[in-house]
Design a protein around this ligand. Structure first.
Ligand code: S3P
Length: 168
């Protein structure tokens, strides 16, 4: 499977970069969050509120399994928490080349300030939440990914070009 998969923390730019990259590579783009929202007819924050996080994580795992049966080569952006499950990390590796989009905490804090839609960031001090989650996830993202790409101080265009070049 030669899918290109973007992982990384919330606010790292997975969806924006993924959509542009897909266009450049002339592939279809799949965003796991959007796919889940479309399938369930519910916003992610409502899925979390009504069914809880584990239910949402099961939907993510279910989608990865479905994608394994898809023969088309895709660009896939996955939700920030998806690689936390060991099973999902294994599925990601089977699905294609996993790229970890990195951004430092300062950049993320700027981008995520005022967010009202991401359940993992609601309540408490945003800076602390970001630090805590990043600490818990960093190593798992590294385990899941073949390539790490630093997005800090890079324009969207440059990022898309450089990632595209990896697959030429
Ligand atoms: C989550 C990240 C979100 C979304 C959900 C949970 C997380 O996706 O899947 O709110 O646990 O990090 P983005 O990374 O696209 O914001």
């Amino acid at each position: 499977m030669k899918n290109v998969i973007l992982i990384g923390f919330m606010g790292a730019g997975k969806s924006t970069i993924g959509r542009r990259l897909a266009k450049k590579m002339q592939r279809r783009f799949v965003d796991t969050d959007l796919w889940i929202e479309k399938q369930t007819g519910q916003k992610i924050k409502d899925i979390f509120a009504e069914h809880g996080e584990e239910y949402f994580r099961d939907l993510e795992t279910g989608l990865l399994k479905k994608l394994l049966n898809c023969e088309e080569e895709l660009v896939i952006a996955v939700g920030g928490g998806l690689p936390v499950r060991e099973e999902n990390r294994k599925l990601l590796k089977k699905l294609g080349t996993v790229i970890y989009l990195r951004a430092d905490a300062k950049t993320l804090l700027k981008r995520l300030g005022g967010d009202k839609h991401r359940p993992m960031l609601q309540g408490g001090d945003l800076r602390e939440r970001i630090h805590m989650l990043m600490e818990a996830r960093e190593g798992l993202y590294q385990q899941a990914a073949e390539i790490e790409y630093y997005t800090d101080n890079k324009s969207l265009m440059k990022t898309v070009e450089e990632i595209n070049e990896l697959f030429l």
